[in-house]
Design a binder for this molecule. Structure first.
Ligand code: GTP
Ligand code: MG
Length: 206
């Protein structure tokens, strides 16, 4: 897919105020600082569209972007951000989970995982929760430029193995680097395929 236009639409904390669910939507989620916003910018080739930071906890809202006037891309706050209170964390979790389970036009959730790390409990648990909810997700390993391909492959293999303790099968996996623009075409091609089958949900008139 060629990205012609990528525009910011809105930031929200309220699931009821999101844009109308008339277009297919894709959410990017993962631990704080895993590289969600950077990946989005690399995918659409627009530096600074989604705000990035070296400090975890940068993205705090549900951020909608519209791509080619045809589909929504959503940047979400990260989970597992340690420097916040327990209450705050629980609040965010509820809010993100509500969005993920209630958004009718959400086609697929891209779960981002740091390719430098051994499988982390928090990521595995999150994938299991998505599975339990019956929500479709794919795995995106980030920051591949930070180490050798062998090391990334080892961590991916370990993650697959850990997931197979819970799932019969493991979803598609992408190895990416926002820095080197690696893996972007593959993700966009997947979105393109899913978009072809999108049927807008019927929205009840108030
Ligand atoms: P929160 O919004 O805080 O949850 O973080 P995020 O997941 O959106 O991460 P963000 O894109 O802000 O990136 C965090 C840090 O990782 C920044 O310093 C980025 O420059 C860096 N980073 C992200 N992706 C890559 C990558 O592919 N390679 C390298 N080398 N650095 C990356
Ligand atoms: Mg972010």
């Amino acid at each position: 897919m060629f990205v012609k236009t990528a525009e910011f639409i809105a930031s929200n904390t309220d699931v009821r105020k999101l844009p109308e669910p008339s277009l297919p939507e894709y959410a990017f989620i993962g631990r704080s600082n895993v590289g969600k916003s950077s990946l989005i910018n690399a995918m659409v080739n627009k530096k600074g569209l989604a705000k990035t930071s070296q400090k975890p906890g940068k993205t705090q809202l549900i951020n909608h972007f519209i791509i080619n006037k045809d589909w929504y891309l959503v940047d979400l706050p990260g989970y597992g951000f340690a420097q916040t209170s327990k209450k705050n964390r629980a609040e965010w979790e509820r809010f993100i989970r509500r969005y993920l389970t209630q958004r009718e036009n959400l086609q697929c959730i891209f779960v981002l995982i740091d390719s430098r790390l051994e499988p982390q409990k928090i990521d595995l648990e999150f994938c299991c929760w998505l599975g339990e909810q019956g929500l479709p997700f794919l795995l995106v390993f980030t920051k591949a430029d930070k180490q050798s391909g062998v090391k990334s492959d080892q961590n991916i293999a370990k993650f697959r193995k850990a997931l197979l303790a819970w799932f019969e099968d493991v979803p598609s996996i992408f190895l990416t680097s926002a820095e080197k623009k690696q893996g972007m075409e593959e993700i966009l091609a997947t979105i393109d395929e899913i978009n072809k089958n999108f049927i807008p949900p019927i929205v009840e008139q108030q």
